[in-house]
Design a protein around this ligand. Structure first.
Ligand SMILES: [Zn+2]
Length: 340
């Protein structure tokens, strides 16, 4: 909401109902920057919203609730525009013939929908849907991680935002302070407690993911107790901690390896349900120090040489994380070649 509070009012926008206002020029939203230094170029890390083209829209007459509020992201274009809905079921997105299945236009933003933005004269919104829902008839539900790989940056950004917002909206129905049912405001982006006025905003949980190398450039890979995948170490950032401190702590807690140097390598939104993955290369001066599985989260952890990992992959002995993940990109970065 910081940007909402600091966005200056449009100088061309006089008072009056939206329909009576002249068209205000759409501000141009900047593209994501080039990141200096090493950059992995993972498929999803450039996913983004054009916040100008896809400006969130809030207007009392379009949502109907008693607590709908205006904010500075409002743009007169599209105040009365038709709404096109995209169904979301957990981490799956409604598709038809492999493409995003936007609904036919409807006049009103449904109560359970969350606004994504404006494009081609229509308001775009996400809404929960499930296989039993009549609205899902004739549609496929496709995993967003796989789907987003084949989309452009704007559609990938829309899909990932849709998954994140619907997960948050589904889980955020009651006030954490007093337990009252929350009202939906700001086209679904804010929820307000009718009893105490407190506000709930969508949350993002930062997590670090790091390729730990030893003095001889072996790579530390581990297998989680809960899954079959072999990957680099990762963990959530804890309160009061920097990203770099989280890299060091997680490596120590999970394997007993002391990380002494880190290099930021890129980030990636990972809304399953609400992570932001921050990727690092990391180094220890030890050499093939035997990992100790200290906190019980890992089933196995060991150091790999490049040729050894290539052979194991070719023989199907290890299964790495999917191509859309930072973990996959970090392992390919160490190998020095793309992974198939
Ligand atoms: Zn409350």
């Amino acid at each position: 909401m910081t940007s909402a509070q600091t966005t200056p009012p449009c100088p061309l926008e006089p008072a009056g109902p939206p329909s009576a206002r002249p068209q205000c020029p759409q501000p141009q939203s900047p593209q994501p920057p080039r990141v200096r230094g090493a950059h992995l170029g993972t498929p999803l890390e450039q996913a983004h919203h054009d916040r100008a083209v896809l400006a969130r829209q809030t207007a009392p007459e379009t949502h109907g609730g008693p607590h709908v509020e205006d904010h500075a992201l409002i743009h007169p274009a599209g105040a009365d525009a038709p709404v096109r809905l995209l169904g979301v079921d957990g981490s799956r997105i409604a598709t038809r013939d492999g493409a995003l299945a936007w609904s036919d236009p409807v006049a009103q933003l449904p109560e359970d929908a969350v606004m994504l933005g404006i494009r081609d004269g229509a308001r775009l919104a996400a809404r929960p849907v499930c296989e039993e829902d009549p609205a899902a008839e004739g549609l496929d539900l496709t995993d967003a991680r796989r789907l987003a790989l084949g989309l452009g940056t704007e559609d990938a950004g829309l899909v990932l935002t849709a998954v994140a917002l619907i997960a948050w909206a589904t889980a955020t129905r009651f006030c954490p302070g007093c337990g009252s049912a929350l009202d939906v405001t700001s086209s679904g982006w804010v929820r307000r407690c009718p009893a105490d006025g407190s506000l709930q905003f969508p949350r993002v949980d930062p997590a670090v993911i790091m390729a730990v190398r030893d003095r001889d450039d072996h790579l530390l890979l581990a297998q989680n107790r809960r899954g079959r995948l072999t990957s680099v170490l990762a963990g959530f950032v804890e309160p009061g901690e920097t990203l770099e401190a989280a890299v060091v702590r997680e490596a120590w807690e999970e394997t007993g390896v002391v990380v002494e140097e880190v290099e930021y390598i890129g980030s990636q939104t990972w809304p399953f349900p609400r992570s932001l993955m921050v990727g690092y290369r990391a180094w220890t001066s030890a050499s093939r120090l035997r990992p100790r599985l200290l906190d019980g989260e890992l089933a196995t952890a060991r150091w790999w040489e490049r040729e050894e990992l290539r052979r194991a992959l070719a023989a199907g002995e290890v299964q790495l994380p999917g191509r859309s993940s930072l973990g996959h990109a970090l392992i390919a970065d160490w190998l020095g070649a793309p992974l198939e």
